[in-house]
Design a protein around this ligand. Structure first.
Ligand code: ZN
Ligand code: ZN
Length: 277
């Protein structure tokens, strides 16, 4: 195997190229913001997130899961796993989607509500031009905590690897679609299936849309939680936070650890509750 082949495998370039092969034409055909270029302003920054974050997150999650599973195996009754796996695969997969999205919803809501956590999550909300690559711009600590909240319960309950794999494949492609620059709504399924319209409103830099649409797959959770914002078939005009973050991977990584001067402390935080509708 050549050095180039090793490098391609190491970076997961084949998977990235396949994904680009799907999303670049789809974004051209169904463009929401037609003036947005493929080679947009912060693309390089987001490509660094795409290629570097995966390693960091996978390594940290592996350690977290081994420790957590060892602890929970001592606490939980041994019969839970076999009972869960005795269900049909399709039912297990559906349950995994529901349980994982409840974990995602709660973690995501906490990242918006707690100022210390928001400093990490603001990195994701610093995106000003949404497309499938922008989906990767997530601070690694945000990603580790959110993935642990969504996946740990399904591992602890003992769902089969096949059911978790089905969930994860759907989640990965769905997450990219939610951020894609496409004008796509899902009509009467809007409370069942998260659409690009649903998640684009989550990124809107508009007061009425702050702290809304936290779910990754099931908008029903936002409906139940009182956090749904889906006005007709409209899409937001502007994304991001009021005062932009530096569009640089390393500065975005370290910025949450740095104290902000009091007068600037609100620059990356959502609007106060009374301004939200
Ligand atoms: Zn968010
Ligand atoms: Zn997003």
């Amino acid at each position: 195997m050549t050095i180039l082949q090793n490098l391609v495998d190491l970076l997961g370039l084949k998977a990235v190229l396949l994904t680009a092969f799907v999303f670049v034409p789809v974004e051209r055909l169904f463009a929401l913001h037609k003036g947005q270029k493929v080679l947009r302003k912060a693309l390089l920054n987001d490509l660094v997130f795409l290629f570097v974050n995966g390693w960091l997150v996978r390594s940290a999650l592996a350690v977290t899961f081994v420790v957590a599973m060892a602890i929970f195996s001592l606490i939980l009754p041994a019969g839970i796993g076999p009972a869960v796996q005795s269900q049909p695969l399709w039912l297990q997969a559906a349950e995994v989607i529901l349980i994982a999205d409840i974990g995602q919803y709660l973690a995501h809501r906490a990242f918006h509500a707690v100022p210390f956590l928001w400093k990490f999550h603001a990195v994701h909300h610093s995106i000003e031009e949404l497309d499938w690559v922008a989906a990767y711009r997530v601070h690694p600590l945000d990603q580790i905590a959110t993935k642990a909240a969504s996946l740990l319960p399904v591992f602890i309950l003992g769902y089969s690897e096949a059911a978790i794999a089905i969930y994860y494949m759907i989640f990965q492609w769905h997450a990219l679609l939610l951020h894609a620059n496409v004008r796509l709504t899902v009509g009467p399924l809007k409370w069942i299936v998260a659409s690009p319209q649903f998640h684009h409103w989550h990124h809107a830099n508009e007061r009425k849309a702050y702290d809304k649409n936290f779910a990754a797959q099931l908008p029903l959770l936002d409906l139940l939680g009182g956090t749904l914002h889906l006005p007709g078939n409209t899409f937001p005009e502007q994304y991001g936070v009021d005062k932009p973050l530096p569009q640089n991977y390393f500065r975005q990584l370290v910025r949450p650890f740095m104290p902000l001067p009091k007068s600037r402390a609100s620059e990356a935080t959502p609007a106060p509750a009374e301004e939200n509708s």
